[in-house]
Design a protein around this ligand. Structure first.
Ligand code: NAP
Length: 347
């Protein structure tokens, strides 16, 4: 049973920073679950949101792992019980409810049972990256999933394979039977290969697109641009084969080629609300409706042991370390790792 008050890292007068305050423990709605947070993870959207859409008193953070504390009255009976280990995602920095807190209330439909083989710290990386990877592969494109792997030779390019989302795109695509080509810094090639990448390329190599075209016989038709800014839209477009194809993108941009379709995904839509923060956007109902399918793919690959955690970097001092972790991401220092906080480390 949760107490009435808790510590949380909330938005404050200084844009881009958080402040640890004592606030009310959120109440779960009928279809929600209250989770006692053990570990939380940072995403680039956390620092972007609190810099671009400053508010005060909203709890920051989207990704969390912990134990079930209280179950909403309309959550299907038997789906969860108090004490279950779970991971999930919520909309951070927009409400007095978020991942950087001792308790978070989250939609039960997106809550993932966390296997014993995953620590809470590893589990905190699952929500945003895992769900966004599913949106890229199975909603924005209709690629074969681990639940029905293909035997056909299908190539997929993952540009930015060492990013948080890229690591799950590689794993899921590999489990779905695709041949995966991925880019990163050379120091992260062993990581990409351990996740299931078949061929790896340095994104800093100006000839990488030509090398990818050569490796795919000029027939590449599917790509996920996990970075979606600076030179990556051009490089991905150059890699796609002569007959054109489809690219899933994380930040909205226009296609560089008339024969290449660009499909933008947004993990926020899985939460089923119009967006006010960090930007105003009406709900994309189709992306929202895809949520249960993504939850099934992630739940089954977690349960059968095929989905593996990526590397993590634990920032000291729990909630008091959040500003340090967000600066680390903002400065582009995260390389093939997820930034994590242990709530119990908060002084
Ligand atoms: N639309 C959505 O729903 C959604 C969801 C999640 C994230 N995003 C956005 O997607 C972007 C990535 O987020 P994330 O959390 O996955 O990233 P992240 O883990 O913070 O990304 C860090 C990685 O990016 C790689 N990288 C940097 N520049 C690159 C380039 N030019 N080409 C290839 N790789 C490059 C680095 O590779 P090396 O270390 O190997 O050099 C590093 O490992 C952010 O802009 C984020 O806001 C959008």
């Amino acid at each position: 049973m949760a107490p009435s008050k808790m510590k949380a890292a909330v938005t404050c007068a200084e844009p881009g920073k958080v402040e640890v305050r004592e606030i009310d423990v959120p109440k779960p709605g009928p279809t929600d679950v209250l989770v006692k947070v053990v570990a939380a993870a940072s995403n680039p959207t956390d620092w972007k949101t609190i810099t671009w859409s400053p508010t005060t008193g909203n709890v920051v953070g989207m990704d969390f792992a912990g134990t079930v504390d209280e179950i909403g009255s309309e959550v299907p009976a038997g789906k969860f019980k108090v004490g279950d280990r779970v991971a999930g995602m919520v909309h951070g920095a927009a409400f007095p409810n978020g991942a950087y807190a001792e308790y978070v209330t989250a939609p039960s439909s997106l809550l993932l049972p966390l296997p014993e083989t995953w620590s809470f710290e590893q589990g905190a990386q699952l929500g945003v990256a895992g769900y966004t990877a599913c949106l890229c592969l199975y909603h924005a494109q209709s690629l074969p999933s681990p639940l029905s792997p293909t035997k056909d030779p299908i190539d997929l390019l993952v540009w930015g394979g060492s990013s948080s989302v890229g690591q799950y795109v590689i794993q899921l695509a590999h489990l779905g039977g695709l041949r995966v080509l991925a880019t990163s810094s050379p120091k992260n090639f062993p990581l990409l290969k351990s996740l299931g990448a078949d061929l790896v390329f340095s994104y800093a190599d100006p000839e990488a697109p030509e090398k990818i075209r050569e490796a795919t016989g000029g027939k590449l038709a599917h790509a996920v641009d996990c970075i979606s800014e600076k030179d990556t839209p051009d490089n991905v477009a150059r890699s796609i084969g002569d007959a054109g194809g489809e690219v899933s993108v994380l930040l909205k941009y226009d296609s560089r080629r008339p024969d290449v379709k660009v499909n933008h995904v947004l993990g926020y839509f899985l939460l089923g609300k119009d967006l006010e923060i960090p930007m105003k956007l009406p709900l994309d109902v189709a992306q929202y409706n895809f949520g249960p399918q993504a939850a099934k793919i992630l739940t089954e690959t977690l349960a059968n042991g095929t989905l593996k955690p990526g590397p993590i970097k634990i920032i000291p001092n729990g909630l008091e370390g959040v500003s340090v972790g967000l600066d680390y991401l903002k400065e582009g220092k995260a390389s093939g790792e997820k930034v994590i906080y242990r709530i119990a480390d908060t002084p």
